[in-house]
Write a protein that binds this ligand. Sequence first.
Ligand SMILES: Nc1ncnc2c1ncn2[C@@H]1O[C@H](COP(=O)(O)OP(=O)(O)OP(=O)(O)O)[C@@H](O)[C@H]1O
Ligand SMILES: [Mg+2]
Length: 286
Amino acid sequence: MLRLDNLTKTYRTGDRALSGVSFTVEPGQVVGLIGPSGAGKSTLIRCINRLVEPSSGQVFLGETELTRLGRGALRRSRRRIGMIFQEYALVERLTVMENVLSGRLGYVSFWRSFFRKYPTDAVSKAYGLLDRVGLTDHVDKRADALSGGQRQRVGIARALAQDPDLLLVDEPTASLDPKTSRQIMRLIVEICDEHGLPAIINIHDVALAQQFVRRIIGLKAGEVVYDGPPDQLDAEVLTRIYGEEDWSATIRAVDEDEALDEPTTSDEEYLSPESVLDRERMAGLS
Ligand SMILES: Nc1ncnc2c1ncn2[C@@H]1O[C@H](COP(=O)(O)OP(=O)(O)OP(=O)(O)O)[C@@H](O)[C@H]1O
Ligand SMILES: [Mg+2]
């Protein structure tokens, strides 16, 4: 379970990005976080794993208060948090398999992973995850030879390779076509359900969020202005979140999307803060 208590962030520039945000996400629950540009969605996600340091308030992951951890303990806790980003932050010259294995860097010694010697159980686990995200045919492909959707799938597999207790997802579908976007959203939601993972997904596409998640939180100027089921996001609520606009097309799009809904395979990309750091170290050493 994830709990935010009165989370506030004011950047050094004076920008107040979050004002007293509080909510709880239960295991297996996926929250779609929506709101206009600059509302604080990315800040919220980054404050949870303290890539951005909150100004005040608390974040709990299970029993652990993330906001009071020192460096070492924070590093260990970050291994429990899988992150998936819009930009496909894979290691380009490594294979799909190696990218997924890099999600295990927290568990494998750095030098061992640097020389690409991974324990067989890690490899078979990674293979299982790649199967789950529908990438068994691409295991040995280099990351730079993949489509955007395939890269996102690698990212999902890499996040899962960490055995996370929480998934944080920032605009996972922003650069994908509508069909691939739906496949990716469906995959993330299914996986969270299977693993009992709480998740927050920042998403601009309201119709897409409504189609796949059962809880939506609307952020406006750093404050929660809506927290509820997707079907209550009517024109009045959308105006509260985004301001005055003609919402009939958005609301109609949701109905049409539901008619188009179809079973999926999967696609996506993720990078934990640990693997960002390790990737940078690898780049520096190679
Ligand atoms: N590093 C930073 N330094 C100063 N201000 C920042 C920084 N990052 C974000 N902000 C400000 O904080 C506010 C929230 O930004 P944030 O990136 O969290 O919004 P967002 O909801 O993710 O927007 P978008 O939908 O465009 O991604 C904005 O006013 C932004 O200008
Ligand atoms: Mg953002």
